[in-house]
Design a protein around this ligand. Structure first.
Ligand code: PRP
Ligand code: URA
Length: 212
């Protein structure tokens, strides 16, 4: 992925450890959910390095000082439903005042094209740093559509965070949206004939919500 300057692989032994358990088909729903949330927190720590900040005056027990705090109101998290919901609480644990929007897309299982069914976004989202979250970046169709929907609403500062990505999906989003930084924790091998990531972890939405 060296050809794309806007792709950032957040490789860390702790994330790899959690990913190994996440991928295991014997990992149950409860643990799967916890792991998705924890990985999202670890990824957020790194991917919000350039978060907007402001200087404030405070007083320690000894003297007045100027300190830096995060402008939490400048952040919006936008999960792609359903599976993206699994990442939201992990990011909110670091940025509790962030606003949350929702974009509902599902992949048509025959065409693999995303179909939109819901969109509710925070007010003034165009002024915020928007982090689109989805555990899986497969063909890239869902992420591309979600980003285009946000751009139509005027958003200019958009990032994408996905736990597992296929090269096909990264290429599609990186070339369609070169202004969007894509954070992933691992780049898997390829997609199978049904558009599933290999080795992957199966269907993220079904594993988070226990629907299969
Ligand atoms: C999954 C996943 C992504 C999408 C990725 O959602 O959570 O949104 O597929 O595939 P793509 O990159 O090829 O678009 P799915 O459509 O299965 O819906 P769900 O989250 O409701 O299960
Ligand atoms: N969506 C998933 O949940 N898993 C995949 O491997 C591909 C798309």
């Amino acid at each position: 992925m060296k050809e794309f300057k806007n792709v950032c692989i957040l490789d860390h032994p702790l994330i790899r450890h959690k990913l190994a358990i996440l991928r295991n088909k014997n990992t149950d729903t409860k643990q799967f959910r916890e792991l998705v949330k924890e990985i999202a927190t670890l990824m957020a720590y790194e991917s919000f390095k350039d978060v907007p900040t402001q200087e404030i005056e405070i007083e320690t027990p000894l003297e007045k000082t100027t300190q830096t705090i995060v402008k939490e109101n400048s952040i919006a998290i936008v999960p792609i439903l359903r599976a993206g919901l699994g990442m939201v609480d992990g990011i909110l644990s670091l940025f509790p005042a962030a606003k949350v929007g929702h974009i509902g897309l599902y992949r048509n299982e025959e065409t693999l094209e995303p179909e939109e069914y819901y969109c509710k976004l925070p007010q003034n989202i165009e002024e915020k740093v928007v982090m689109v979250v989805d555990p899986m970046l497969a063909t890239g169709g869902s992420a591309c559509d979600a980003i285009s929907m946000l751009k139509k609403r005027g958003c200019k500062n958009i990032k994408l965070m996905c736990v597992i990505a296929a090269p096909e999906g990264v290429r599609k989003v990186a070339s369609a949206h070169p202004d969007v930084t894509i954070y992933i924790s691992t780049l898997d091998r390829c997609l199978n004939e049904h558009g599933y990531i290999l080795p992957g972890l199966g269907d993220a939405g079904d594993r988070i919500f226990g629907t299969k």
